[in-house]
Design a protein around this ligand. Sequence first.
Ligand SMILES: Cc1cc2nc3c(=O)[nH]c(=O)nc-3n(C[C@H](O)[C@H](O)[C@H](O)COP(=O)(O)OP(=O)(O)OC[C@H]3O[C@@H](n4cnc5c(N)ncnc54)[C@H](O)[C@@H]3O)c2cc1C
Length: 370
Amino acid sequence: MTTLTKTPQGAASLPARAPIECPIEHPIECPIEHPIECDVLVAGSGAGGLSVAVTAAHHGLDVLVVEKTPLLGGTTAWSGGWLWIPRNPLARRAGIEEDVEQPRLYLRSILGNTYDAARVDAFLENGPRMVSFFEEHTAVRFIPGNAVPDFHGHAPGAATGGRSVCGAPFDGRELGEAIHMLRRPPNEMMFHGMGIASGADLWHFINATRSLRSAVHVGKRLSRHLRDMVFHGRAMQLVNGEALAARLLKSALDRGVTIRTGTPVVRLIREDGPNGAVRGAVLRTPKGEWRCGRARRLPGGGRLPHAPERAKSCSPKPPGGTSTGPPPRRPTPATACAWANPPAAASTPICRTPAPGPRFPVFRTATAPS
Ligand SMILES: Cc1cc2nc3c(=O)[nH]c(=O)nc-3n(C[C@H](O)[C@H](O)[C@H](O)COP(=O)(O)OP(=O)(O)OC[C@H]3O[C@@H](n4cnc5c(N)ncnc54)[C@H](O)[C@@H]3O)c2cc1C
């Protein structure tokens, strides 16, 4: 188990919080001060968990993130890092304005019977506010997807761009030692250990032998990568989901969030029986099971791959990344779209590429046809 917390420079240091002293086996003998205490306990260090952690810490709450695996970032660090947020501030700054009825119409047309008006309204209203919040108050930055069309291009309300943002590239050196706690994308998704960003970066790599400008771009990227490998032993030019996870991690550490790896949530502590309010959780640590006593919330936890048998067939995920914790009470919109609506709102065709070892044997992608 490793614990990260912030230093004045925002980099990680070990250890942080007071040692855990209250084994769950003897909860009654534990004075109330002894269980681990926090205002918000977050299970999981993907985008879901870390964004909740950063937001709660921004509002002055004491936040503890516990991560089941030894590495941080979850499936998010493997992902493309794209967020589908209609009417986002980056599109608006580029002059793309659209009426909220258009994305609502699009969602209604592709979600069919699973369309949930209240949740869609909350998403459409708060998505742009979320992007503004992270841009203004955290280390998270985005690049616009103003030329990225909706996947279902012929559906009513579809747009040809302006509804997506992606985590902006990030210099991993800004994380200090914590960079070594960040999960790396699988080799199949990288070029000799270096991620390639979607958009212009990828375009330059594809054209490196045909355009001098692209060749110079690729040359610079590769020489910087070589230097990073020599001096840091890993890629430091982070892109896509790895950059998004790194930026969220930096934001969490900057705000004094404590993060423990190798510490799964195994049970919830509820008031008044199984359906009562959650008042804490049981964590499994190398020293046994421990109580986290005062948590008011328990967000995060890898909702998409929660059902392991479905996740196996539908989505690659990091080793050990499937949730073992208590199930969420309600599925997230992403979960609902993916599971309840077979023609999911977004999808990417992939080819199986046989590879030795236990890693998932995929990755060559193509842009989804509309
Ligand atoms: C190759 C690929 C590309 C993708 N591209 C995109 C994209 O561009 N845009 C998009 O929107 N989506 C994309 N996705 C999907 C996206 O990555 C996931 O939906 C998203 O990362 C889920 O975030 P999360 O925080 O819920 O879960 P995760 O990022 O998986 O994080 C969950 C974390 O919780 C931990 N955990 C689980 N159980 C426990 C427990 N009991 N206690 C403590 N910790 C626990 C896990 O170990 C994990 O670290 C992609 C997925 C893949 C595989």
